[in-house]
Write a protein that binds this ligand. Structure first.
Ligand SMILES: [Zn+2]
Length: 172
């Protein structure tokens, strides 16, 4: 089921999400949630989506740098934690919860992440470039952080002003 994606300002997007009990990962509720996250991401043609973006405060996110073109690129990350982050990349970034906005966000270039997969198995993955960026963007969502929170205050204020204008017009 495709779920509606919350937009900037929805309280759930600004809260820290709760860890998932390992025994619950393969349970019916989490399995259904992961299935819905995948359908919602494919529908939105994005590269990543986190559970809080569909209104669920749990530490689950998915990343697909192929944008749905290559099924083996789909990553399901439950309770992700960074073991290492290094380097620096500066690339344009957007977010399904901030449609219409993009900005250059500084991020580490490479990451190593420990997580549970959708079968509840412990895994460690390494990524760099776009994959590292997408993972960090999604894990930020689990901590209530959006990409504009990582911008310098002048760029952030500019975007927030435009969001307020859209709210006034009823288009946000
Ligand atoms: Zn996002």
């Amino acid at each position: 089921m495709v779920r509606p994606i919350l937009r900037y300002g929805a309280p759930m997007l600004h809260d820290v999400a709760a860890p998932v009990a390992p025994a619950a990962v393969t349970g019916p509720a989490t399995t259904a949630l992961i299935h819905d996250l995948i359908e919602t991401l494919r529908d939105a043609k994005g590269v990543g989506l986190a559970a809080p973006q569909v209104g669920v405060g749990q530490r689950i996110c998915i990343v697909d740098v192929s944008g749905g073109q290559n099924p083996s690129d789909l990553l399901v990350l439950v309770n992700p934690t960074f073991e290492a982050r290094e380097g620096l990349q500066l690339e344009l970034e957007g977010c399904l919860s901030l449609p219409g906005f993009e900005a250059t966000v500084p991020r580490p270039l490479r990451v190593r992440v420990r997580h549970l997969d959708r079968d509840g198995r412990e895994r460690t993955i390494e990524g760099e470039g776009l994959l590292a960026r997408a993972i960090q963007h999604e894990v930020d969502h689990l901590d209530g952080v959006l990409f504009i929170d990582r911008l310098q205050s002048i760029s952030r204020r500019l975007i927030l002003r435009k969001i307020r204008q859209r709210r006034t017009r009823g288009t946000w």
